[in-house]
Design a protein around this ligand. Structure first.
Ligand SMILES: *Cc1c(COP(=O)(O)O)cnc(C)c1O
Length: 387
């Protein structure tokens, strides 16, 4: 079955006796047993819930994994995943991770005895240098947030296999519509489903998609024990969002490519970071492992003043955290998503007070350009954006 069909119907259609076209929301905490020692397969919603199973089965099929487990947020998914490991275990992680993930590693996982080396995973030799006998996992995001660096998933997975460690890929930015890390050799895929999968900025959710039965069983045990599971109504919302994932991803990418090219022509814009621009250093590798570039753009303007001016002047585009929804959002990584990353580390990566990040939505391209133009130049506001 084609990917778009799976997004709409799942691997198999869930039609009940009523013929309802939309899967029901099983808003039930518990389930009655037919008899002693018997179960319908559903006992208690922390462990199993039919609405949750629908979305888990669908995302497992989309990522081509054997199992998927849904969590209340992306961070809940990653926190649960970290419980697979023991004190003393060593991780190699990207030095340009989502700020919340870095915070989890720095303030919680380290306290629990895990050890981390942060490297630029775009350079495979940097990863290789850090591998030691206790290295249990390599954790990457590709492209990274907000610097849009790409890591060669195949090459890292070969290295991971050679050293018997797991490769974990946070696939939030591209989603399986554009990139399927499990097919490139990754062991576990992480999602903040809050972003593109859900796509409408109306719910939080997280997922782990797994390739191996033994790991899946361990994570299911951790998930039911910790209990940060996704509620039935939120499962319904993300399931509905996924039905239009291919349409949204296509439109958002098209808008992003045009906006990135347009931003490059602006005098006050000094640098544009978008993987889909052929001058991006990782353009080639991106073409080899992904079928698209996504819709996240970072750009550096000429001064902090300009950056702040844009943030206070945008009207159609919203100055808000998060990404991946149909609404175009602009963020200020240095003060928002990455505020907890130490300043020196931030500056080293290029996350300075002139850097802005755009999550491009599905609005009309010219409306977006008009809004950015007036925000950049302070020109008279086009009627189209004065909403
Ligand atoms: C947002 C995000 C997360 C965290 O997900 P939440 O749903 O906000 O908890 C993790 N990784 C990436 C890449 C993200 O963008």
């Amino acid at each position: 079955m084609d990917f778009s069909t799976i997004c709409v119907h799942g691997k198999k259609k869930h039609i009940d006796a009523t013929g309802a076209v939309i899967e029901p929301i099983y808003q039930s905490a518990t389930f009655a047993h037919p008899g002693v020692g018997e179960s319908t397969g559903y006992d208690y919603s922390r462990l199993q819930n039919p609405t949750r199973f629908i979305i888990e089965e669908k995302l497992a099929a989309m990522e081509e994994g054997i199992d998927c487990i849904a969590f209340s947020t992306g961070m809940a998914a990653i926190s649960c995943l970290m419980e697979l490991f023991c004190p003393g275990d060593h991780f190699i992680v990207s030095d340009d991770l989502y700020g919340g993930t870095s915070r989890l590693f720095d303030f919680i996982s380290k306290k629990n005895g895990l050890r981390f080396d942060c490297v630029n995973t775009s350079f495979i030799e940097e990863i290789a240098k850090c591998i030691c006998s206790n290295t249990k996992a390599i954790f990457i995001e590709t492209p990274t947030n907000p610097m849009m660096q790409v890591t060669d998933i195949r090459a890292v997975s070969e290295l991971a296999k050679k050293h018997n460690c797991l490769l974990i890929v946070d696939n939030t930015f591209l989603t399986p519509y554009f990139q399927k890390p499990l097919l490139l050799g990754a062991d576990i895929v992480v999602h903040s489903g809050t972003k593109f999968l859900c796509g409408h900025n109306d719910t939080l959710c997280g997922f782990l998609v797994i390739r191996d039965a033994e790991i899946s069983e361990k994570i299911r045990f951790l998930s039911k024990t910790i209990g940060a599971c996704l509620a039935p109504f939120d499962c319904f919302l993300v399931n509905r969002g996924i039905k239009t994932l291919p349409l949204r991803m296509k439109t958002q990418e098209k808008n992003a490519l045009e906006l990135a090219k347009w931003l490059e022509t602006k005098e006050k814009v000094k640098k544009v970071y978008y993987v889909g621009l052929p001058n991006h250093p990782d353009y080639e590798i991106s073409c080899q492992q992904a079928s698209g570039f996504g819709s996240m753009i970072s750009f550096e303007v000429d001064s902090e003043r300009t950056a702040r001016q844009i943030l206070s002047r945008v009207r159609l585009i919203l100055f808000a955290e998060s990404l991946g929804g149909v609404e175009t959002l602009i963020t200020y990584p240095t003060m928002q998503t990455h505020a907890d990353v130490p300043l020196e580390q931030r500056l080293k990566k290029g996350i300075n007070d002139r850097l802005l990040r755009l999550s491009v939505g599905v609005e009309d391209l010219e409306d977006l350009q008009a809004d950015l133009q007036q925000a950049l130049e302070g020109e008279s506001i086009d009627e189209r954006v004065s909403i």
